[in-house]
Design a protein. Structure first.
Length: 145
């Protein structure tokens, strides 16, 4: 299992799940420079283990991975109460309707096509992190009321 953690400012906590070392390093670097704390793992099982101990605001998930593919990871995330509401942004080299439809059925929040455009990456991640934080704040306010 390959796990990397990079500290940033208060931009949010992002989990990058990608079996491709170069892609994972690039995404980690870009997000860290943007002010995010990034956890990066090379597969689905490693991601599920990491999420047992770490909270994240959003997940960047590659579709095509050996063993547990991105769809299987997403299914596992959505079945687990602690991770079901975390926004998942699906990374795919296959920008086709079937992949998008399968992702939508699993509750994917966004789709990004590889190679990822940096500005689109930041825009989509920041939007999802803000939405996640609003949802968490509303839930906390509801529990106090």
């Amino acid at each position: 299992m390959s796990t990397q953690t990079h500290n940033g400012s208060a931009g949010g906590h992002i989990l990058v799940i990608d079996d491709d070392d170069d892609s994972r390093r690039l995404l980690t670097h870009l997000l860290r420079r943007r002010g995010f704390e990034v956890f990066a793992v090379d597969g689905g099982r490693a991601a599920l283990e990491l999420l047992e101990d770490h909270a994240v605001d959003a997940i960047l998930l590659d579709v095509m991975m050996p063993g547990m593919d991105g769809f299987a990871v997403c299914r596992a995330l959505k079945k687990t109460p602690a991770t079901a509401a975390i926004p998942v942004l699906l990374l795919t080299a296959r920008d086709d309707l079937e992949t998008r439809a399968a992702g939508m059925k699993l509750g994917v929040s966004e789709f990004l096509t590889k190679p990822v455009n940096r500005d689109e990456l930041f825009s989509r991640i920041e939007t999802q992190v803000a939405a996640r934080r609003r949802a968490v704040a509303l839930e906390a306010a509801g529990k106090r009321a």
